[in-house]
Design a protein around this ligand. Structure first.
Ligand SMILES: [Ca+2]
Ligand SMILES: [Ca+2]
Length: 180
């Protein structure tokens, strides 16, 4: 495997990341990423705003990759937000679950990406729930939810055992207003 291993013996890595802007007001709401299990490369890559070209290799230095299906990523968005849509870059030939929670304890499934979803069969791919965009996947779309916590993990029964995530974006009502 390429890239340096982050051997987190206590099972937790926490990264505080950048600023979020919502509703036109800048708040120092930090996104925290907590990782359970062993991964390659820094989890900060998931929220660095940089997408990778589709078809990028799953173990590229620009991706956060792992090989044990029990690895979990827990994103704390810093506040309960109205999540309308997401855009996520994942290794296309695996299944992944994305769950959400308001309190960090009670999680519900937001969506599942199967190994069959997407327009390419190898490498990193972009999956969007924003209808009308080229990477929109109808069956992954969801009704808006209130969430502060997002959990991402692989489906151990669907994929080749080589998993990867390169970017996660979420769209709120405030994001939509800003872009008008
Ligand atoms: Ca990235
Ligand atoms: Ca894979």
């Amino acid at each position: 495997m390429n890239g340096k291993k982050l051997d987190n013996s206590i099972g937790l890595i926490i990264f505080i990341l950048g600023l979020l802007v919502f509703g036109g007001v800048s708040l120092e709401a930090a996104i925290t990423v907590k990782v359970t299990g062993q991964i390659a490369n820094s989890p900060s890559l998931i929220f660095d705003g940089k997408m990778v070209p589709d078809k990028t290799s799953w173990d590229s230095d620009t991706c956060v990759s792992w090989e044990i299906a029990s690895v979990q990523f827990l994103f704390d968005l810093g506040a309960v937000l109205d999540i309308k849509d997401i855009v996520v870059q994942l290794d296309t030939n695996d299944g992944y679950y994305i769950d959400y929670s308001e309190d960090g304890k009670n999680f519900k499934n937001l969506l599942r990406k199967s190994s069959e979803d997407g327009d390419i069969r190898e490498g990193m791919n972009t999956f969007s729930t924003i209808s009308g965009t080229p990477k929109y996947i109808d069956k992954m779309d969801f009704k808006p939810v209130k969430a502060r916590y997002i959990m991402v993990y692989a489906d151990p029964k669907d994929g080749d055992g080589c998993y990867s995530i390169a970017e996660f974006k979420y769209i709120t009502e405030a994001t939509i207003k800003e872009n008008k």
